[in-house]
Design a protein around this ligand. Sequence first.
Ligand code: URA
Length: 256
Amino acid sequence: MTGSQKEALRARLEFYRDLGVDELYRRNTPLADARGSEAPAPRRDRERAVTASPESSALPSLSPSGDTLDLIRADIGEDCKRCRLCEQRSRIVFGVGNEKARLVFVGEGPGADEDAQGIPFVGRAGQLLTQMIENTAAKEGIPIKRADVYICNVVKCRPPENRTPLPDEMEICGQFLFRQLMAIRPAAICALGSTAAKALLATKEGVTRLRGRWHKWRDIPLIVTYHPSYLLRPYNQDAKREAWEDLKKVLHAVYD
Ligand code: URA
């Protein structure tokens, strides 16, 4: 394989990793068969994505050119049935805030209040998030309000009983989250809690290990911090202090 083929293959694998696809199975192509390739037999039962020969096709675009939040919302549709979360949701909760935001917060999925209103982070956790953003910004002399940032979730429909979204739900809805992020292209992303961190960093590590340092989603700097629902629980003084530190760090990086 030549250097440029390796580079194309690497880019393709990164693309699938960003989509949350971490298992790839190789299918014999007519060309490989003719060469007597030793590639393993196809596993069609589990096949999720197939590596094409690196030069055979351009990378599919994660963010169609000219993509906008309105187009992404329209693509989701009014009655999305791509996964089982449609069965019990009242409303699709797409996202809220400034389409040109320099900072995007990503949570896990809508809760009961969000499901009823169609707006992310409006319940108790949402009120805490709003306070954290506005109070920290004010204390640090940064003139922003909640409406200046953009807030969305990994999954757009409420999981029953507020359970954690399942991997296939995150993968299906993740394509819309990634398009939102690519359309906004913020200066930084703040992942709230381990589900958002998992979706954006393809990691199994928890928040405690991930927080406090910079990561990247594609080429965008990303900070992980505790989910506001976790901070609402009693006896979390240390986590609260750490979350304020994370927030200060990301606000200064973006707005200084
Ligand atoms: N928790 C989330 O992760 N998202 C919301 O929108 C509300 C609560």
